[in-house]
Write a protein that binds this ligand. Structure first.
Ligand code: PGA
Length: 268
């Protein structure tokens, strides 16, 4: 009886946790520094019961950092993956390869990749490939700017619909959606979104998923990303319907990221 329910209990337990993902982008410059930062983050994250931490380092460091991972509270992810599992694609890395070295997550459709020419069609294929390889796919969506007529709402909804084409209901357990408004990302950001901005889009995402998948869509975790720091963590996580955070700059500072993780741990 207990064995039968174990997978459901594990699923339920993970669902209750806040998901905090650190996107290290193309930092730091040396492996030694990556190891040091990861060691410190791991120390904080591995004692937190209510937070699932995922660090997405430059992929070239992942194999090395993976050797330092113990247990499930801190895992590693990739910042991108190609849309096929193997082939003559010089310089690309496939989702199966990423999975085979023990990474658990992959970020797909980050705005810094879309700006390099990644289309909605490619993002859709990358999502399907990521799911097939057994990764949890973190789809990034978000508008460049806001307008008074609500065009940005239609834009974000259409990004989701195009990205999830042919993704089946049963595959939604491998999906996470991160709302990252482009105007709130990086050092040139205007500001972080407010928790109300994030809540508005979280509701839009839920509605879009409900239109596509009925009730099955309601289990997909929703993250917020863009100028997250230790001061605004609580606000975002208490705005209902936000299940976690995608953190850029602040995830590179083990002290600040540690504060974010501890802040998330306290949110019920
Ligand atoms: P930021 O980046 O936290 O540095 O704004 C977020 C992201 O790009 O995922």
């Amino acid at each position: 009886m207990c064995g039968f329910f174990a997978p459901f209990l594990l699923w339920y337990y993970c669902r209750m946790k806040k998901l905090i993902i650190g996107n290290w982008k193309m930092y730091p410059v040396e492996l030694k520094e990556a190891r040091e930062r990861f060691t410190q983050i791991k120390k904080t994250a591995s004692v937190l019961r209510n937070v699932q931490t995922v660090i997405c380092p430059p992929l070239v460091y992942a194999g090395d950092l993976k050797k330092m991972v113990a247990g499930h509270r801190v895992t590693l992810g990739a910042q991108n993956a190609w849309l096929e599992q193997e082939g003559a694609y010089t310089g690309e890395v496939s989702p199966s390869q990423i999975r085979s070295v023990g990474l658990t997550h992959v970020i797909i459709g980050h705005s810094e990749r879309r700006v390099l020419g990644e289309t909605d069609e490619m993002i859709n294929k990358k999502i399907l490939a990521g799911i097939k390889a057994g990764l949890v796919v973190v789809l990034c969506v978000g508008e460049r700017e806001r307008d008074k007529d609500g065009e940005y709402l239609r834009y974000v909804a259409s990004q989701i619909k195009l990205a999830l084409k042919n993704v089946q209901k049963k595959e939604l357990s491998n999906m996470v959606i991160a709302y990252e408004p482009i105007w709130a990302i990086g050092k040139n950001a205007l500001r972080a979104a407010s928790s109300e901005d994030a809540l508005e889009i979280a509701i839009l995402i839920k509605k879009t998923l409900a239109d596509m998948y009925n009730r099955d869509g309601s289990h997909v975790p929703i993250l917020y990303g863009g100028s997250v720091n230790e001061k605004n963590t609580k606000d975002f996580l208490t705005a209902s319907r936000i299940d976690g955070l995608l953190v850029g700059r602040a995830s590179l500072d083990p002290f600040v990221f540690g504060e974010i993780l501890r802040g998330a741990e306290k949110v019920k």
